[in-house]
Ligand binder design. Structure first.
Ligand code: SF4
Ligand code: MG
Length: 336
């Protein structure tokens, strides 16, 4: 399979008054054309920082970035601000949780859709307007010719989210990064927007990185899944593999703390005890060891001393043996 975006050993560190924060610490993954990679994890796991770094929107003065980010053959870590600016909105675009991060209150929706298109594509005002109206129509905004001249505050929350998707798709980007894009919306609108994104992906063939803490949304949207913890990937596989046969204690914890959409049974939700570690002074060895209920199953001090690596393809970063992962999951986790 053709890897359209390839991230290798990415490290993002911030200098703060208290010291160095390792926000992303050796992350590798691939996204194929036309496929969706879901990234899940608690807040502070490094999901958003990773994606802002891909887009070149991290603050270069307070952060250092190491490793490789290759988008369609182009290295982004070493790209200039000018080159990144050229790629953003054109080859890659972002959909945020809050549309008002992307849409300015001071300009009409139509103007905000048209201007980047004129800039990136050298289109005339008329061409950009036609394209914007076409895109507003595609995302399901009624009377797009009229709404073109509205300001964002004249749109409902769901409509603003649609307008932001239209804006992200104006230049037909090959990579779309969606960071909790529907979290603020009610369930019905959320489902509509997710379906819309899927349809548009079919039509445009974009690769999507979908960031969320909601595993129900992920199972609907993603092909592959990366579970992040403390700036690292701890489990990777197809969505089916990870959600139906999870192999990492942190993923077990995530799944036990999520309501199951496919079940009517009264659910006992067990949150993971403890809280995510400080990235100023991350735990030695396995970053999950202070919270892990299974570390005594591993002999010696491996969990506290040795960082478990994540392999290529389907894999988990955990010192439990494959047999232990299977039996613990079947005996203790699955039949909740
Ligand atoms: Fe738990 Fe050890 Fe596996 Fe980390 S490596 S998840 S502490 S069993
Ligand atoms: Mg976030």
């Amino acid at each position: 399979p053709e890897s359209f975006l390839s991230v290798r050993d990415l490290k993002v560190q911030f200098s703060t008054e208290d010291g160095i924060v390792k926000a992303v610490d050796g992350l590798s993954f691939d996204v194929e054309r036309g496929k969706t990679l879901g990234i899940v994890g608690e807040s502070g796991s490094g999901k958003s920082v990773t994606n802002l770094t891909i887009l070149g929107l991290h603050n270069p003065r307070s952060s250092t970035v190491d490793g490789e980010i290759v988008l369609d053959g182009k290295e982004l870590v070493t790209a200039t601000e000018r080159e990144l600016e050229q790629l953003r909105g054109n080859k890659m675009a972002m959909i945020f949780q809050d549309p008002l991060t992307a849409l300015s209150p001071f300009y009409t929706v139509g103007r905000q859709l048209s201007e980047p298109y004129m800039k990136h594509r050298g289109a005339s005002k008329k061409e950009a307007r036609d394209r914007a109206i076409q895109m507003l129509e595609k995302v399901g905004i009624p009377q797009p010719k009229v709404r073109f001249d509205d300001y964002p505050h004249q749109f409902s929350g769901g409509m603003r989210q649609r307008a932001m998707i239209a804006m992200a798709l104006m230049c037909d980007p090959d990579l779309l990064i969606a960071d909790e894009p529907t979290t603020a919306l009610d369930v019905t609108v959320q489902a509509q927007i997710l379906d819309l994104l899927k349809d548009l992906q079919q039509e445009f063939g974009s690769a999507i990185i979908f960031i969320t803490h909601d595993l129900g949304v992920i199972s609907h949207m993603a092909d592959d899944l990366l579970v992040m913890y403390a700036g690292r990937a701890v489990e990777r596989g197809s969505v089916r593999e990870v959600l139906h046969d999870p192999r990492h204690p942190y993923t077990w914890g995530l799944l036990s703390s999520m309501p199951r959409l496919d079940s009517d049974i009264d659910q006992q939700l067990t949150p993971i005890p403890g809280s995510p570690p400080s990235l100023l002074n991350p735990p030695s060895g396995c970053p999950f060891h202070p919270r892990c209920a299974f570390r005594d199953e591993v002999p010696g001090t491996l969990c506290t001393d040795v960082r478990p690596p994540l392999g290529e393809g389907r894999s988990t970063a955990c010192h439990l043996t494959p047999e232990q992962k299977q039996t613990i999951f079947i005996d203790k986790i699955q039949p909740r």
